[in-house]
Write a protein that binds this ligand. Structure first.
Ligand SMILES: Nc1ncnc2c1ncn2[C@@H]1O[C@H](COP(=O)(O)OP(=O)(O)OP(=O)(O)O)[C@@H](O)[C@H]1O
Ligand SMILES: [Mg+2]
Length: 205
């Protein structure tokens, strides 16, 4: 573990007595991170939640880290400026990595609009030897705007929300996500099935 970017000095990484492999063997489960990205209302939380439920019913431990929820607690001091969005994602990357390291399937559902931030999350996992599966919940803005379950697009169009992704802030679509789901063309159950099939095919579960 590199401490080159840590602000604190005089800190030393303390490795535990149980290796990740040993933990996975004992718990009969490997950890990984499933990282959802997509516009607001693209279906990240909806599919992530259904996936979490499906995995748990199969006896596989999974835990969801969801954008809005995390902003109530861990990240409540962050807004939606580019810098704060980057810090938001950096913290989530670290937390999801910890969950995955503990042999859990960490499922994150954040807009995570910047490619560079998602790539940093991927690199963090790769460097630690933890699988990272990027899921692009893809819908045209027009469909997301029509769904508008939280009324956010309406507010953004009225100028009441500044820096709203897809309207007044950029969304950089993934170029080669592991999984690409058009949620306007697939049901929630089909989306879960697609992700589950990927995990099985790649021996991740
Ligand atoms: N096939 C589908 N997959 C996912 N969501 C769907 C689908 N069809 C309709 N929906 C609806 O679209 C909406 C998606 O909202 P959801 O909160 O999951 O989006 P989100 O990507 O998490 O947005 P946000 O970034 O604002 O949290 C829900 O109201 C859901 O019921
Ligand atoms: Mg959501």
């Amino acid at each position: 573990m590199s401490s080159s970017t840590a602000t604190s000095t005089n800190i030393t990484w303390h490795a535990g007595d149980v290796s990740r492999n040993e933990r996975a063997q004992l718990l009969k489960q490997k950890g990984l991170t499933i990282w959802f990205t997509g516009l607001s209302a693209s279906g990240k939380s909806t599919v992530a939640s259904a996936l979490e439920q499906h995995l748990l019913h199969k006896g596989i431990n999974a835990y969801r880290l969801d954008g809005d929820n995390i902003r109530f607690g861990l990240n409540k001091n962050l807004g939606f400026s580019p810098e704060d969005r980057t810090e938001n994602i950096r913290r989530i990357s670290e937390v999801s990595k910890l969950f995955a390291d503990s042999s859990t399937i960490a499922i994150t559902s954040f807009i995570s609009p910047y490619r560079s931030d998602r790539d940093s999350a991927r690199k963090l996992h790769q460097d630690a030897g933890i699988p990272f599966v990027e899921v692009f919940a893809d819908v045209p803005v027009s469909v997301a705007e029509e769904r508008d379950p939280k009324g956010l697009y309406k507010k953004a169009r009225a100028g009441e929300i500044k820096e709203f992704t897809g309207i007044s802030a950029p969304y950089e679509a993934p170029e080669s996500p592991e999984i690409h789901i058009r949620t306007d063309q697939k049901s929630i159950a089909e989306a879960v099935e697609q992700i589950f099939a990927y995990l099985v095919a790649n021996q991740l579960i």
